[in-house]
Design a binder for this molecule. Structure first.
Ligand code: GRG
Length: 274
């Protein structure tokens, strides 16, 4: 994935902001979102190359969101993907620009697609990442931090903040394959995987050290409301397992779709330790 991402960064002129973009983009990460796109595209019988512009675009958007989320004005974290966060390694202004650069470069990458329906794919990407999607989730999350939050409100935060960027690759795979009728079901599946993923993050935050997790683990210390503080560990874990199981069943029931690569990926996500 690093070679591919570098290829989609090749036309960016050398600068401190490019160094910061590459620092965060190539730091690793689980590459879950591009892998969701590759697995769903394979399920539809598409060539991997058809999915590449959007796989890179989604990973760039995800990386920008992590850089901005770690800034002092947001979560103020020091560790990400096992390394100092972008603003710690560079400086705050450069980290803001690196996020801005990755967000815009993502759309440059997506525009390289030759698929007939790339316009609709780009619209989905903008909706899922922007102020009707992930950015809205971040905004709701910041507002919740100042007030009391219940489980329904927290689920809404996760739907937008986490679910949207996990739905986007699945929805885009359907569009690339000319299967518009599948898009809304993929959106719902992405939301459920997002909620399960977030509950899993809450559990890992509690049981792993920052070094093992590769990022700051701070929910409890920061007094953050989480699925565990609201539901209790046992119920949260039960819900996570149910959401993953139901998502598997729904993926399995798509017609004319080879679910095996995606189901394998979901198993590896459910078994992750970081
Ligand atoms: C700043 C607009 C804006 C949005 C920030 C991504 C995000 C939204 C916040 C980061 C904090 C957080 C808990 C987000 C929920 C999504 C999530 C668990 C992100 C981490 O994704 P992973 O585990 O990260 O896939 P890697 O590093 O493996 O790619």
């Amino acid at each position: 994935m690093n070679d591919l991402l570098q290829a989609y960064m090749a036309d960016v002129p050398e600068s401190r902001v490019k160094d910061a973009m590459l620092y965060s983009l190539l730091a690793g990460g689980k590459r879950i979102r591009p892998n969701l796109l590759f697995a769903a595209a394979e399920g539809y019988g598409l060539e991997k190359a058809e999915a590449e512009p959007f796989a890179c675009a989604i990973e760039m958007i995800h990386t920008y969101s992590l850089i901005h989320d770690d800034l002092p004005a947001m979560d103020n974290d020091d560790l990400r993907r096992g390394r100092p966060t972008c603003h710690k390694q560079f400086d705050e202004a450069t980290a803001i620009l690196a996020g801005d650069g990755l967000l815009t470069q993502a759309f440059a990458a997506a525009s390289k697609s030759t698929n007939a329906d790339k316009g609709e794919c780009i619209a989905v990407l903008a909706e899922m990442a922007g102020p009707a999607g992930m950015v809205l989730g971040q905004c709701l999350d910041m507002a919740e931090e100042t007030g009391t939050t219940g489980w329904e409100e927290l689920k809404t935060v996760h739907k937008y903040k986490t679910g949207c960027l996990l739905s986007a690759p699945l929805m885009i795979a359907a569009l690339l394959a000319g299967r518009k009728e599948d898009v809304q079901e993929w959106h719902r599946i992405g939301d459920d995987i997002g909620l399960a993923f977030q509950i899993q993050d809450d559990i890992l935050d509690q049981i792993l050290t920052p070094e093992e997790f590769g990022k700051s683990t701070s929910d409890e210390d920061n007094g953050k409301v989480t699925s565990i503080s609201l539901l209790g560990r046992e119920k949260a874990e039960e819900l996570m397992n149910r959401l993953y199981a139901e998502s598997r069943e729904r993926i399995h029931s798509f017609g004319n779709f080879n679910s095996a690569p995606l189901l394998e990926l979901i198993d590896s996500i459910q078994n992750r330790r970081n």
